[in-house]
Design a protein around this ligand. Sequence first.
Ligand SMILES: Cc1ncc(COP(=O)(O)O)c(C=O)c1O
Length: 398
Amino acid sequence: MKTMIPVFNIKRQNKEIGEKLKKEIEKVVEGGLYILGPNVGEFEKGFARYLGVKYAVGVASGTDALSLALLACGVNPDDEVILPANSYPSSFAITAIGAIPKLVDIEKDTFNIRPSQISRVITKKAKAIMPVHLYGQPADMDKIMVIARKYNLKVVEDCAQAHGAMVKVMNKELRIENYGRGNEKSNQSALENWKKVGTIGDVGCFSFYPTKNLGAFGDGGMVVTNNPDIYEKLKLLRMYGEKGRYNSILVGRNSRLDELQAAILLVKLKYLDKWDERRREIARLYFSLFEEEAVKAKVVLPYGASNVWHVYHLFVIRIKKRSELKKYLEKYGIQTAIHYPVPIHLSPSMRFLGYMEGDFPESESAAEEVLSLPMFPELADEEVKKVAQAVIKFYEKS
Ligand SMILES: Cc1ncc(COP(=O)(O)O)c(C=O)c1O
């Protein structure tokens, strides 16, 4: 059957803002400057302001953002970087620079790294922790920062799925000054101690892959930091290590956000809060539709802690009989996805890390039970209801 309710659909967003985007794209084409021009600079400033951070550097992808951030933090080949065992895409940013992913299991409820297990994997080779704010839900940054400071590790936040997500920071040391606020909808006192993800660790990394909460028309990424040394290093690293044209002082690479993507992202940045708010509204609707006790017993809903502002990049339920449900929903024209079916240590490419099945039980059971339901800002309430009804019907029958 033809898919009627997609898990994600960019065309509806294009319909809403397509004309504005076309105008900006045309301007870039006519301007004739396609790499590191005014749009990239303006978007870097705008994004930094939105997050409340001093510096931002546009790069070619989220993976590159993470790799370059690690390099700028002094991570070398064979150094170890600690990350959650379920965040499949993040691991490739570590191996890309010859560093070693050191895995930690996840919390059952949030799917994020379990802080209480981090210190056991820290060796002399450990250089950084990479918390991943998976599905749009912030990781437990308070605890992670305490561990990082104790062992002198850098913290590189993977915010690829969490543009605009916030954490209520309890640790006094972390409540440092904010450099701006993008969140005009809430009053200042209510926002006290709330920080956007990406601004808590040493560096924050974002992806603008088209499906993300803030997505481009191709690949793109951003690294943000309050540290001027890291910032200067990042600017060198993204362009051959050049300090001035053809004066390469550091072994760098070519990884730049391009002008077209920056112009598109500048338009979309204005909508980010509205889109995140709509995602949260859709999540609330799903929650209310799955309210019944009998359903709740079979469908584990996303966990929303009170000290985080979840931006629901994905709406991930946890269920038994996943493949049957997936097929059943497909039959009714409802598309779903799995993020991710394989934990890092069980990927054939990562066998060299030497882990075995059973090493990270929570990540392994999540890989077998998670299912992403349709979630994007343009999804209609009626569609959400149809999805929920179909899921409920499946479990009533089985
Ligand atoms: C959590 C996470 N980290 C890293 C990445 C990599 O980003 P990109 O696809 O822009 O390289 C992604 C995107 O898939 C992601 O979801």
